[in-house]
Design a protein around this ligand. Structure first.
Ligand SMILES: NC(=O)c1ccc[n+]([C@@H]2O[C@H](COP(=O)([O-])OP(=O)(O)OC[C@H]3O[C@@H](n4cnc5c(N)ncnc54)[C@H](OP(=O)(O)O)[C@@H]3O)[C@@H](O)[C@H]2O)c1
Length: 279
């Protein structure tokens, strides 16, 4: 049996095992996807586990998408550009870091009919997911990105990465005034994720404008407080489930070499979230 792991912390509420195990089963593969709860101090040991012969690769999530790079043998193009890894695969016995979050996020936007060209973006977060999302948006020709992050130093690192790749992109840090004029607001932090469902990344008293688009990378719960309040302001909303499925489908293709059964993955993820009667 081949194994694939999800490395992260906390990951108890991840839908990835349900989604990938359904995909492996649908493709007749004797593979298993399992959670590997890993804190920062355990990361080296967890990566060593990936080198065992039974392991075909991994997904990487909060808080390790940047830190894992130091333990890998090589990086694919998008992981190198963004400085963030969400997928590890094996090539000639080597551990190669890739980033499927960028393409997964952009596919989710496309499916929802959202075109970010010329849009003014406000992005909550400056971690691994924020790197992927902002890179995809910058590549798609947004007019500017305002990064709102708890730690300003990390926001500056993200801005420096973006400036290096997109020198003409307008960038600002921690100017929450920008929220009222934003065309697209993205939450790339875990704020609002179960069990902290009463939280929102929006500062108290701030609102988004009617016609704006609010996107939450959080997918559990399916509708977060951030999205509920944005909808009340008249914003279009998009939760994190479709990005989860698309980034997962691309990872599936990298590990197995097969075209992913995307509809099976959507169904399994929705069922696990409880949207199709599952638990
Ligand atoms: N739907 C999907 O497919 C998908 C894909 C990727 C990620 N995600 C979700 O996106 C979220 C971020 O993931 P990540 O990999 O980027 O994590 P990460 O690398 O650990 O970064 C977390 C970011 O959130 C901020 N943050 C964390 N806790 C916070 C709090 N209590 N208050 C304010 N800011 C806080 C951090 O700020 P500091 O810099 O100040 O620590 C950092 O900017 C997670 O919930 C993850 O599940 C979803």
């Amino acid at each position: 049996m081949k194994r694939v792991f999800l490395l992260g912390y906390p990951i108890t509420y991840s839908l990835s095992p349900a989604m990938h195990n359904a995909a492996f089963q649908a493709m007749g593969l004797d593979w298993r996807y399992a959670l590997l709860s890993v804190t920062a101090g355990d990361l080296a040991g967890a990566v060593a586990r990936l080198r065992w012969a039974d392991c075909a690769g991994a997904n990487v999530t909060t808080p390790h998408k940047e830190a894992i790079i130091a333990f890998l043998d090589d990086l694919g193009d998008m992981a190198r550009k963004t400085g963030a890894v969400n997928t590890v695969l094996k090539r000639d016995g080597k551990l190669v870091g890739e980033n499927t979050d960028v393409a997964g996020f952009m596919q989710a936007l496309h499916d929802a009919g959202i075109s970010p060209h010329d849009a003014r973006i406000v992005l909550f977060g400056a971690g691994g997911a924020a790197r992927a999302v902002s890179f995809g948006l910058a590549e798609a020709g947004v007019s500017g990105i305002v990064i709102l992050n708890r730690s300003p130093a990390r926001a500056r690192q993200l801005a420096a990465m973006l400036q290096g790749h997109f020198p003409r992109l307008s960038l600002a840090i921690n100017t929450s005034d920008a929220l009222k004029d934003a065309d697209i607001i993205v939450n790339a932090t875990p704020v609002g994720m179960w069990p902290n469902v009463a939280e929102s990344p929006m500062p108290p008293g701030s609102v988004c404008r009617r016609g704006a688009i609010a996107i939450d990378l959080v997918y559990y719960p399916g509708e977060t407080r951030f999205l509920r309040e944005a909808a009340r302001c008249g914003a279009q909303t998009l939760g994190g489930l479709s990005m989860l499925v698309y980034q997962g489908a691309l990872a599936f293709a990298l590990w197995t070499g097969y075209a992913p059964p995307v509809q099976v993955m959507f169904q399994a993820a929705r069922r696990a979230l409880g949207e199709e009667g599952g638990g």
